[in-house]
Design a protein around this ligand. Structure first.
Ligand SMILES: N[C@H](CCC[C@H](N)C(=O)O)C(=O)O
Length: 279
């Protein structure tokens, strides 16, 4: 029988969280796909694993896999849930912690009202580091998809994002265009595709077709990338409330070289144990 897990969600972006600190766990892409399957397994958008820190400045390391089994660099909703998991399970005595992921260090603080504030670090905009096939950095890039050309922003928050501005997220072609954008050849590692509706200089709506998952109810790194794209294109001031289908994130970015701050919820749903074969 496998060790326990905790099901958590951040604005409906849902996770199976595993404790690799107390337990020795071997996570494989096949195992992730089984766990993430919403019929044959627990079901989730991403699997998150807590591990002992490797970097001296970090309190813990945490790893992220998308439902398709691919390991990725960062997850905004996930890092909030991981911090809450570590605190609730007595693995962290403090509501403030530094978590290490493949993208680097992320500083997290659980606030008095149970919201979680995260220093997501500065955005990466150099095409080669996103990675994105463009010769030089631009605020918007032409991207051809099935003989149509879209103007998109390209931003990495440790993981790759494109941001496409639309008039109305409710009518945006997320289901049809999302998969084509996710696998566009100009993004060698694939990409998360954000559909952004600007409501004002401090308000936005966003839907995200996530790499390795499909459309999720919320995407934390996607909200950060969308605000960065909007600030760089003159659409936003530095503080923006982003309404996603699953709820609201508050994002703050004061400009180049500065970190992106994200504040939002992290909610435990249930504890469980997976039967042999379901994990
Ligand atoms: N699908 C993303 C990882 C999860 C990001 C998202 N769930 C978030 O809250 O940031 C990727 O492949 O880069």
């Amino acid at each position: 029988m496998s060790p326990g897990f905790t099901k958590m969600q951040g604005l409906g972006n849902d996770f199976v969280v595993l404790d690799g600190i107390t337990n020795q766990l071997d996570i494989t892409p096949e195992r992730v796909r089984r766990i993430a399957d919403r019929r044959y397994g627990v079901g989730c958008d991403q699997v998150l694993l807590a591990e002992p820190a490797q970097a001296p400045e970090a309190d813990f390391r945490y790893r992220i896999w998308n439902a398709d089994g691919g390991e990725v660099e960062h997850c905004g909703n996930g890092v909030r849930c991981m911090a809450r998991f570590l605190k609730d399970h007595g693995l962290s005595a403090d509501g403030r912690m530094t978590l290490e992921t493949a993208k680097g260090l992320t500083r997290v603080e659980i606030l008095a009202d149970d919201m979680v504030r995260v220093d997501m670090g500065p955005p990466v905009l150099t095409p080669a580091d996103i990675p994105f096939r463009a010769a030089e950095r631009q605020a918007l890039y032409p991207l051809e998809v099935q003989q149509q050309v879209f103007e998109v922003a390209a931003v990495s928050m440790g993981n790759p994002h494109l941001v496409l501005r639309v008039d109305d997220v409710d009518t945006a072609p997320v289901a049809g265009l999302g998969p084509l954008l996710e696998r566009h050849s100009d993004f060698p590692n694939r990409v998360n595709a954000g559909f952004l509706q600007v409501l004002g200089r401090d308000r936005a709506r966003l839907r995200v077709y996530e790499r390795g998952v499909g459309e999720t109810l919320a995407c934390g790194t996607g909200a950060c990338a969308a605000v960065v794209a909007g600030v760089l294109n003159g659409w936003f001031d530095s503080r923006v409330t982003v309404d996603l289908p699953g709820g609201r994130l508050v994002i703050h970015w004061s400009g180049m070289g500065e970190p992106v701050w994200m504040t939002g919820p992290a909610v435990p749903v249930f504890e469980g144990t997976m039967a042999a074969g379901a994990e």
